[in-house]
Design a protein around this ligand. Structure first.
Ligand code: CTP
Ligand code: K
Ligand code: MG
Length: 181
């Protein structure tokens, strides 16, 4: 595989995990998942993790996976190398894993005294990778092993923070997000 192929496959394969966070920002609001409950002096998760945002995020990831699956053959033919079509369980692992990773990150932020919206460098950029990849490996093992080769995983780990920082700065400047991280 050339580096370009690896980058394209990594980006394509991760799109259903990338889009949920952005959809959650757009759709967020309403009932917080933790129902306002605290653990110690802090909220369990905080007002930034809502049922509506989470559901919208997972739905957006699944919908995008569906669209990419319809396009995969044509795009692969045009590019000259195959890009992944998503099995349903792979799509679920990526989309739900991304939201779960984000939720776990908020849990860790509250336990370490960080208020809603505070940044946690490293965790903010990779929380969804850390959960979505293992969950996908668990739910759709053969599909995962076919597409997430070590070089693809390496590109994901390097590319994701760059894309995350870029999209958040853009969303912040468009007034869609309260903080640029
Ligand atoms: N959001 C949501 N539900 C989620 C994730 C995000 O409703 N599961 C919405 C919330 O409105 C949230 C916004 O998207 O404020 C930005 O998401 P994020 O940066 O992840 O949350 P923060 O507000 O920064 O909260 P935290 O400090 O807990 O990460
Ligand atoms: K976050
Ligand atoms: Mg935030």
């Amino acid at each position: 595989m050339t580096l370009l192929e690896t980058v394209v496959i990594a980006f394509w394969a991760m799109l259903p995990a990338y889009v949920p966070n952005n959809a959650a920002v757009l759709a967020g609001g309403g009932q917080p998942i933790d129902g306002g409950r605290t653990w110690g002096d802090e909220r369990v998760l905080g007002d930034g993790k809502t049922w509506r945002g989470t559901a919208a995020g997972i739905a957006a990831g699944l919908a995008l996976a569906g669209v990419l699956t319809l396009l995969a053959d044509d795009v692969g033919a045009a590019l000259g190398f195959a890009v992944p079509a998503f099995e349903p369980l792979a799509a679920l692992g990526l989309a739900a894993g991304a939201m779960l990773g984000d939720i776990l990150a908020s849990f860790l932020k509250r336990r370490t005294g960080r208020q809603r919206g505070a940044m946690f460098p490293g965790l903010d950029q990779l929380d969804f990778v850390v959960v979505s990849l293992p969950l996908t490996a668990l739910l759709a093992t053969e599909w995962f092993l076919e597409w997430f080769t070590w070089d693809v995983i390496l590109v994901v780990v390097v590319l994701t923070p760059v894309l995350h920082v870029t999209t958040n700065v853009v969303a912040y400047n468009l007034g869609l997000k309260d903080e640029p991280w």
